[in-house]
Design a protein around this ligand. Structure first.
Ligand SMILES: Cc1cc2nc3c(=O)[nH]c(=O)nc-3n(C[C@H](O)[C@H](O)[C@H](O)COP(=O)(O)O)c2cc1C
Length: 156
């Protein structure tokens, strides 16, 4: 199955999860780059506000056409209980191109059910697998087992 992982990461957690997922799958990887600055205290405040306001943003040009993949695995950090504007923009702009999708998220503590439901609504298709990782699972090491379960579900 030709697979692409697409993710956004502000501070590296979702990138770290992506690296583990991609080391277990034979796949291409694409990082979404938000042209709006999300760094520093002001960037942090704007990030939360834009995410909760369900705002779109402008992404740097993507390198891989999602329509050329059998499966696109999409990863987002949780911001203010929502997906990031970068991921919202990506799935909105490419909603008709996905053959199959899987979703993952990283968060301090929030549950991602609502986010995955909204991603499903935008893409108009249910994911074949989902994974949410929270801070305490990173501390305990439990996230590694969860990532393994996620990639096994994808490979099945
Ligand atoms: C603007 C902003 C809002 C956030 N809101 C939440 C939240 O609502 N719930 C939560 O559990 N974590 C929240 N977090 C924490 C991030 O989801 C968490 O640190 C995530 O792993 C960051 O991913 P990244 O390192 O790939 O950017 C927030 C972080 C930022 C920067």
């Amino acid at each position: 199955m030709k697979t692409l992982i697409v993710y956004y990461s502000r501070s590296g957690n979702t990138r770290g999860a992506t690296n583990l997922i991609s080391s277990d799958l034979d796949c291409d990887v694409e990082e979404l780059i938000d042209t709006k600055s999300r760094s520093g205290p002001l960037g942090f405040i704007r990030a939360g506000r834009d995410a909760t306001g369900r705002k779109l943003t402008t992404l740097e040009a993507i390198k891989n056409d999602p329509g050329e993949y059998d499966l696109v695995v999409i990863g987002t950090p949780v911001w203010g209980g929502n997906m990031t504007p970068a991921v919202r923009t990506y799935i909105t702009e490419n909603s008709d191109k996905f053959k199959k999708v899987a979703f993952f998220s990283t968060a301090g503590s929030s549950d991602s059910t609502k986010i995955f439901n909204e991603m499903e609504e935008i893409i108009k298709q249910a994911p074949i697998a989902t994974l949410s990782i929270i801070g305490k699972e990173v501390k305990s090491g439990e996230y590694k087992t969860k990532i393994e379960e996620f990639t096994n579900e994808i490979k099945d």
